[in-house]
Design a protein around this ligand. Structure first.
Ligand SMILES: Nc1ncnc2c1ncn2[C@@H]1O[C@H](COP(=O)(O)OP(=O)(O)OP(=O)(O)O)[C@@H](O)[C@H]1O
Length: 273
């Protein structure tokens, strides 16, 4: 009997959030940060959580990171429940002071690899590779305080990608940068993604940034965050920013986020763009 060759096609998302409700203890009872949020992130996605301040974006990211547990619902990575932090999920924050100031660029990128028991020679080779990928080979022995904000952002990204996580969690990573540097970081992130195709969960409250960075966007309602809509945005990028279709979609997203109506009664809907 002939056995046909076959290819395994992944039919499950890398990250699955199902009915995630998260609460914080507060002086008078609890603060509900998110309510019944569900979404799937597939390998290679640039998945954006978009919503106004306080809608629970960072909270969701922290829960995916394993730093807080949902009150209800579940979070799974590759079919396994997320029960705590792990090296398969690395967070890049907007505070680039997350780099150790007493370590050079090279040492900062090597540090988590060595902490994970990688042999020094391999850790160094890996660090040099990723520092090169973010264009900082000339700054291997520079200390963070001598770098610009954009350069520190690149080191943080290199350090995260060097760990080869299953998913990169980015919490408004460019929010503290000036507009020109932010734009350059968007370009560089896009170029890096084209080359490496890593999976990314990206938090922002900027509609334009969401359209430029993401291929899929989950819109969250104001506090507590509920899913308002999900849309495909792969057709947008820096090239289309400012164009008519881009502006029209940004306007529709704005209306969905801030247009009023009782979100609780409104089923999540897909936005056609
Ligand atoms: N540690 C905490 N203890 C109590 N409440 C918290 C805590 N962290 C966040 N919250 C509350 O949970 C809600 C969601 O906060 P979160 O930071 O996740 O929102 P966000 O969408 O990321 O906002 P922003 O864009 O301003 O960062 C807010 O009402 C916030 O006040």
């Amino acid at each position: 009997m002939n056995v046909l060759p076959f290819q395994v096609v992944p039919n499950a998302p890398l990250l699955r959030a199902q009915g995630v409700t998260i609460e914080y203890p507060a002086a008078q009872g609890v603060v509900q940060a998110t309510h019944d949020v569900s979404f799937d992130v597939w390998r290679g996605d640039r998945f954006v959580l978009l919503g106004p301040s306080g809608c629970g974006k960072s909270t969701l990211l922290k829960a995916v990171g394993g730093f807080i547990a949902p009150r209800a619902g579940s979070l799974q990575l590759d079919g396994r429940d997320i029960t705590g932090p792990g090296r398969d999920r690395i967070v890049v924050f907007q505070e680039f002071d997350q780099l150790a100031p007493w370590k050079t660029v090279r040492q900062n990128v090597m540090f988590p690899l060595l902490a994970g028991k990688m042999p020094k020679r391999e850790a160094e080779a890996r660090a040099l590779y990723w520092i090169g990928k973010v264009g900082l080979s000339r700054f291997l022995d520079a200390y963070p305080h001598t770098l610009s904000g954009g350069m520190k952002a690149r080191v943080a990204i290199a350090r995260a990608l060097a760990m080869q996580p299953e998913i990169l969690l980015m919490d408004e990573p460019f929010a503290a940068l000036d507009a020109l540097t932010r734009r350059r970081m968007h370009e560089e992130l896009q170029a890096l993604w084209e080359e490496v195709r890593f999976t990314m969960l990206f938090v922002t409250h900027s509609i334009e940034e969401a359209l430029v960075v993401g291929n899929r966007i989950l819109l969250l309602s104001p506090h507590p965050g509920r899913v308002r809509a999900e849309l495909n945005s792969h057709q947008f990028g820096l090239h289309s920013a400012g164009g008519a279709e881009f502006q029209a979609t940004a306007g529709r997203i704005h209306d969905l986020l801030f247009g009023g109506g009782d979100v609780a009664d409104e089923p999540a809907r897909a936005v056609q763009s």
